[in-house]
Design a protein around this ligand. Structure first.
Ligand code: GAR
Length: 235
């Protein structure tokens, strides 16, 4: 089999999550996105909102690196983009304070870290309880932290993938929303494996956002009426 073929797109390849109904969405989600680099996941979210299946709108992008690819994509897509440069802040808490202000001003419900390469503090996590989502290029809990793709290659695994999870104070350790797998093929390097993972991230992240929203909706309903039976599984 040629090394360039992508097993993950072949019928019969094991995929997680398995085919499932898209979570029921009653309200349009107002999304904020944080990105540090290329912004392909940011664009995938915008596309999923504009063309389906995600019922939502990306109201605000925040980047920390001037001139990054995500910024150019925001301009092309007509999404407001704010630069919150970590180099102009004395501490992580101060940086997170600026992020909170920016997102509060645009009135977002959920915030997605789509390739945000800074550690966030309890200040940001506390401002968006169960509403802060991260995408990470490994099958967590394996290969947390930096260079997850390189870590997977160095470990010699034959299966890798990506994980979308809620952000907690434990780095890359919050509750998992969804995962997708890809094979690691003979001859793979960082770039070929990262590209294969990216393709799955673009499908997984919109689903994870819908799952997070469904969780919040079910929790709110249960809190309002504790005697009501639990709703249908949200995925
Ligand atoms: C993605 O692969 C994402 O999983 C990763 O950065 C890339 C961003 O790509 N995030 C992390 O490593 C966070 N620990 P993009 O800018 O093209 O969306």
């Amino acid at each position: 089999m040629p090394a360039s073929s992508d097993l993950s797109d072949r019928p019969g390849c094991v995929q997680w999550p398995l085919a499932q109904p898209w979570p029921l969405q009653t309200n349009e989600l107002r999304l904020g996105v944080m990105a540090s680099g290329e912004g392909s996941n940011f664009e995938a979210l915008v596309t999923a909102c504009r063309e389906g299946p995600l019922r939502g709108r990306v109201l605000q992008l925040v980047v920390n690196n001037p001139g990054c690819g995500a910024m150019a994509r925001a301009q092309r897509l007509g999404i407001p983009c704010a630069l919150v440069d970590h180099r102009h802040h004395h501490s992580r808490e101060q940086l997170d304070g600026a992020l909170i202000q920016t997102f509060a001003a645009s009135g977002v419900d959920l915030v997605v870290m789509a390739g945000w390469m800074r550690i966030v503090t309890p200040r940001l996590i506390g401002a968006f309880p169960s509403r802060l989502i991260n995408i990470h290029p490994s099958l967590l809990p394996s290969f947390r932290g930096l260079d997850a793709v390189g870590q997977a290659l160095a470990a010699g695994v034959t299966l890798s993938g990506c994980t979308a999870h809620l952000v907690s104070e434990d780095l890359d350790g919050g509750p998992i929303l969804a995962q997708a797998t890809v094979p690691v093929l003979p001859g793979d390097d960082r770039s070929s494996l990262a590209a294969r993972i990216h393709r799955q991230e673009h499908r997984l992240l919109p689903l994870a956002v819908a799952l997070a929203a469904a969780r919040l909706r079910d929790r709110t309903a249960a809190a309002a009426d504790p005697s009501a039976p639990a709703g249908p599984p949200s995925g």
